[in-house]
Design a protein around this ligand. Structure first.
Ligand code: PXG
Length: 294
């Protein structure tokens, strides 16, 4: 990457990063009223772009937010932002805010949603984490219940995840496991969870309170293609403690093994064979598929 300032797309216009600003009356800032996506691109191709576009439209629909573009236009904004910055590998943050309105909760006073696209590089876990595995701890902060804000909405309201991350870091861990209100395992603060037990792969059902993770879906497809038995179930901390293997999936983390959870060593304490196989399959896939940018 060059030292030139990043060019940020806001409502169809590129601004150098120092000048890329939104109003203090945007309800995205005032109320966390908006939705977002984190997207990766590898070797001039955007990974699973269509699924990310679909998910942001679904998140927006769920919160009654009208995205002021078509799906195709939004996808084009993503690739155009990468081109504008001459990037080849990196990370996209796509944001749709409710837009400018008055002080007052009602979204009906916001005339038009704003669309922001940031293309940047990403700071990844060091390769060592993929060799040794992460340390996890259970967080006190629970996932929202389906009768409050749906946990499937990728909204700008990430405070419970932020608090959960703080709790995990304060406990000396690198990531935190978030439970739902009933105490079942939902997901990590920005990743989905999988275990392997007696050769079978399990992941919490989305109804447990997790996001419809795009990496989760890819890994499910890869596991099924490789002939594994994979089950979406309600899962407790016990299931994680006693797993043979435990790994996380997410756009930022990709597929990353876990070595320790709540001071329990997971399996042998080293990334297991199934996790390694899926890391390799995932890396092959991101190198060979995706929406062309140039
Ligand atoms: N759960 C939550 C709560 C997330 O926010 C995932 C699971 C994994 O989903 P995907 O679709 O990425 O496989 C996420 C995704 C960041 C960052 O900046 C966060 C995510 C993705 C990319 C970057 O911390 N969260």
């Amino acid at each position: 990457m060059s030292d030139a300032p990043l060019q940020i797309l806001i409502d169809g216009v590129f601004y150098p990063e120092g000048e890329a600003k939104i109003s203090v009356f945007d309800h995205g800032l005032l109320y966390g009223d908006g939705v977002f996506e984190g997207i990766r691109f590898y070797h001039d191709r955007v990974f699973r772009l269509e699924q990310h576009i679909d998910r942001i439209f679904d998140s927006a629909k769920a919160i009654h937010l009208e995205i002021p573009t078509t799906r195709a236009e939004l996808a084009d904004m993503v690739t155009a932002t990468i081109r504008e910055n001459s990037l080849h590998d990196g990370y996209i943050r796509l944001i749709v805010t409710r837009g400018v309105g008055g002080l007052g909760l009602s979204p009906y006073r916001c005339e038009k949603a704003s669309v922001i696209c940031i293309a940047s590089t990403i700071s990844l876990y060091p390769e060592e984490k993929y060799e040794k595995g992460l340390i996890l701890a259970t967080c006190a902060t629970r996932r929202p219940t389906h009768d409050s804000l749906s946990p499937a909405v990728k909204s700008l309201n990430y405070l419970s995840n932020v608090m959960a991350k703080v709790e995990a870091l304060q406990a000396g861990a690198e990531e935190g496991v978030m439970l739902n209100a009933e105490g079942y395992v939902a997901e990590c603060t920005g990743d989905n969870i999988f275990i392997v037990k007696d050769g079978i792969i399990y992941t919490p059902t989305v109804a447990s309170g997790s996001l419809y993770g795009i990496t989760r879906k890819v890994v499910i497809e890869l596991a099924l293609e490789a002939g594994f038995d994979l089950r979406e179930v309600m899962m407790s901390r016990y299931d994680l403690y006693t797993a043979d293997e435990l790994f996380l999936t997410g756009t930022a983390a990709e597929v990353v093994p876990v070595a320790e959870y709540d001071q329990r060593v997971i399996g042998s304490g080293e990334p297991g064979p199934v996790t390694r196989q899926l890391i390799t399959a995932f890396r092959n896939l991101v190198e060979t598929t995706g929406t062309p940018i140039y």
